[in-house]
Design a protein around this ligand. Structure first.
Ligand code: UDP
Length: 235
């Protein structure tokens, strides 16, 4: 059997990934499928931390006319809903899991404590980071970059609704060209919509490679973990 090529990874799940076909809220079948894939990777001995987004409920920029910071706090709160749902799905499968929030909610989850998160990972517990960075004006992609640096993850697994990075939107442009590899600077210069610029710069400054791949194909997380060259590799 092939062996994992990574020991510790950070998986970024956008909120939309949990919504399935519905495009809004949480689709429990989709949630269960993702949880199974995450657990399977954990069972292979890979230490796995997850950052969840909230685009399936709320994004700060969707709050037209609202105070931006308030709208962003709403987004961060929404990530906690997704984190609790994922924790529940993982625990239903028998996985051991902890949610840590960047904004304290001690009744429902642990506060984010870096050293504790690392200890959980060492004990093969799946750690879910919720409430983003705890600060408005950031995204959960930036959270993924920050937490990956903090826990010394070897790679960010950026699971998307598209199977790789393209020069144009492959859903609307039939001649869109797929990138197998990209540098951080190419993303910034070509203004490719992979991650926002803050997240990309943080990865670049700290040499954190990113694997972008689609979640729709079955076992994609495991395939990436086993070193299969799917999606786009950014380094
Ligand atoms: N957010 C924030 N600070 C953070 C992370 C997230 O203010 O550190 C807010 C922001 O409003 C964002 C929302 O939470 O739009 C949901 O996160 P994101 O848009 O990154 O979710 P995704 O697109 O991954 O589903």
């Amino acid at each position: 059997m092939s062996k994992p090529v990574y020991k510790r990874v950070l998986l970024k799940l956008s909120g939309e990934a949990l919504a399935g076909e519905k495009g809004f809220g949480i689709d429990t079948d989709t949630l269960e499928r993702i949880a199974k894939e995450v657990k399977e990777v954990g069972d292979m001995g890979v230490e796995i931390a997850v950052v969840v987004g909230a685009g399936n409920f709320w994004r700060g920029r969707s709050g037209k006319g609202m105070d931006r910071a308030t709208a962003d706090y709403m987004g961060m709160t929404a990530t906690v809903i997704n984190a609790l749902a994922l924790q529940d799905a993982l625990e239903n499968l028998g996985a051991i899991c902890r949610v840590q929030t960047a904004i304290e909610m001690r009744q429902i989850a642990e506060p984010y404590i870096r050293r504790k998160a690392i200890r959980h990972l060492e004990k093969q517990r799946i750690v879910i980071f919720a409430a983003g960075t705890g600060n408005p004006y950031f995204t959960t992609d930036t959270t993924a970059a920050l937490r990956a640096a903090e826990i010394e993850a070897e790679v960010i697994l950026l699971a998307k609704n598209v199977d790789a990075v393209y020069d144009k939107d492959p859903n609307t442009d039939a001649d869109a060209v797929k990138f197998d590899t990209l540098s951080y600077l190419e993303i910034l210069n070509l203004e490719l919509k992979v991650m926002d610029t803050t997240a990309t710069s943080l990865c670049m400054d700290n040499s954190i490679p990113i694997k972008v791949f689609g979640l729709e194909a079955p076992n994609s997380i495991k395939r990436v973990i086993l070193g299969e060259k799917i999606g786009t590799y950014i380094y």
